[in-house]
Design a protein around this ligand. Structure first.
Ligand SMILES: Cc1ncc(C[n+]2csc(CCOP(=O)(O)OP(=O)(O)O)c2C)c(N)n1
Ligand code: SF4
Length: 484
């Protein structure tokens, strides 16, 4: 019987004749953290009965003692080959290969690479701890230049041993993969991002979308010959310099390779700081690339002290489009050569968790990226309203969806507008356009100081992969503004 409390792990891990409830990993080992995250994600998404894990030879060899799901053990380096067989024989299964960097990066590289190239429908979790852990800390293809291992006692010398292998970057040359990302488990924030990425991988497999690679940078204190804190710091300071974190590709979200073919989606959602995860540059100042506008579509910002700075906060559930709404306004401001900042923040869930973004539009360069006291607050749900309404500046405006009960009063001197964004979108037959309905309210109540032309242009650009939807949303915007 599996319960959510167990979060995908067996209650005990008896092995080698002992009735134990601890794992075999060394203290501070990244595998231990990753094992827990994988088990949690699998259980939380209700996938234990569909999942078949393919276990490696390496320190991750014993995962079958821990994860409460089906397992097959592969020979060293062969997990991707075995996972290919699994996903072909059992198309209904969620197949997950778990591989170390010696396992995948060295002996098994071609198996893994060809499976990725064919676009096999499995997820590959690639644990990069920069060396061969199980066998005593020998150099792996991923060992850093200058890193001391048992086979590079004076540090890896590129003249003799070559340079580190960047698996995500190499796989990112292939057409077929639908998801490629690199995360780390070296501190709490990174662990939360890793969890979000692992969940994403499971969701992609649950929905049968295709091949996904998730590289996870992990400390191996034993072979680094460091205590766990120093080993984690090594991951952050040294490994991330060679292996930057990020989402290289998420086809469904339009991130990365041109095979990505999805409509507008919320930008990469990961706990805490998607701006760290998104390799695609996140626009934070006017001179950065926008997510919606083409690189050269917006001219550089010009200083205009007569334009008063406006600070916005957009908040709701992930999936309600609050991040896109903020970005449309930021992009419209960029078109008008304003200094512009868009700063997203995510809860720990991909969908359904809380999400908010801050937008600052100014006539002068912007300092702090966060918005603690907005001039304008837009709330799509009750938790967002309760959390932020008290922060709005006197003279400011709160626009809140009509479904939200007003059980907290906004501060003195703040205008409160209740707007039927969700109801209107449903009435128009496009429930996902509630954020466009909110844009209509912002226009109607003159909250932005931006022209209709720029706003409509940015809105249409936000649907650039589905132009018909862009036109549709522009029409809905006009109708909503006229009616509300
Ligand atoms: C065919 C074969 N070659 C070599 C080995 C020896 N061996 C076992 S684990 C391992 C490397 C493990 O390193 P990695 O894949 O990086 O995983 P880690 O232990 O660091 O998690 C090797 C070379 C083996 N078991 N089988
Ligand atoms: S040797 Fe390294 S990778 Fe293996 S269990 Fe210990 S810390 Fe983890």
């Amino acid at each position: 019987m599996k319960t959510i409390e167990q979060k995908g792990m067996y209650a005990k891990f008896p092995r080698s004749g002992k009735d134990v409830s601890y794992t075999h990993y060394c203290p501070g080992c990244g595998h231990g953290i990753i094992n827990k995250l994988i088990a949690e994600a699998c259980a939380e998404l209700g996938l234990q009965d569909r999942t078949i894990f393919v276990d490696p030879v390496g320190c991750g060899v014993f995962t079958y003692y821990y994860w409460d799901a089906a397992h097959i053990s592969a020979a060293h380096g062969r997990a991707s080959a075995v996972a290919t067989g699994v996903c072909r024989a059992r198309p209904d299964a969620v197949a997950i290969a778990y591989q170390g960097d010696g396992d995948l990066g060295a002996i098994g590289f071609n198996n893994a690479f060809q499976a990725a190239s064919r676009g096999e429908r499995f997820g590959c979790i690639f644990v990069n701890n920069s060396l061969y852990g199980m066998t005593g800390g020998q150099m792996a293809p991923t060992t850093l230049e200058g890193e001391v291992t048992t086979t590079t006692p004076f540090g890896r010398d590129p003249a003799v041993a070559g340079r580190p292998l960047h698996v995500c970057e190499v796989f990112n040359q292939l057409k077929a993969p639908v998801y490629i990302a690199r995360v780390s488990v070296a501190d709490t924030r990174r662990i939360m991002q890793a969890k979000a990425a692992i969940r994403r991988m499971f969701e992609i497999q649950r929905d049968g979308r295709g091949y996904a690679l998730l590289e996870i940078l992990a400390p191996c204190p034993t072979n680094f010959k460091m205590d766990p804190m120093k080993a984690a710091a090594f991951c952050i300071d040294e490994m991330e310099r060679e292996y930057p974190l990020g989402v290289f590709r998420d086809a469904e979200k339009g991130i990365g390779h041109e095979t990505a073919d999805a409509g507008r989606e919320e930008p990469a959602a990961a706990s805490g700081a998607a701006s760290v995860l998104a390799v695609k540059p996140v626009p934070q100042v006017a001179s950065c690339h926008g997510l919606f506008l083409e690189k050269d579509a917006a001219p550089a910002a010009v200083d205009d002290p007569s334009f008063p700075e406006r600070r916005f906060k957009f908040a709701g559930y992930g999936g309600q489009g609050v991040l896109s709404l903020g970005l449309v306004i930021a992009e419209a401001a960029r078109l008008e050569r304003r200094h512009t900042l868009w700063f997203p923040s995510y809860g720990p869930e991909q969908r359904g968790g809380s999400a908010n973004c801050s937008v600052v539009v100014s006539g002068l360069p912007i300092g702090a990226p966060t918005v603690e006291h907005p001039d304008v607050l837009v709330c799509m749900n009750q938790p967002a309203y309760e959390r932020f309404a008290g922060d709005v500046k006197a003279g400011g405006t709160v626009i809140v969806d009509e479904t939200v009960p007003i059980n907290v009063k906004p501060p003195e001197g703040v205008r409160l507008v209740r707007w039927p964004a969700i109801a209107m979108a449903e009435e128009f037959g496009v429930p996902k356009a509630a954020n466009t309905m909110m844009l209509a309210a912002l226009k109607k109540f003159r909250c932005m100081g931006l022209s209709d032309e720029s706003l409509e242009k940015a809105l249409v650009a936000s649907f650039r992969k589905k132009p018909a939807l862009g036109e549709k949303n522009r029409d809905l915007l006009r109708q909503a503004e006229a009616r509300g």
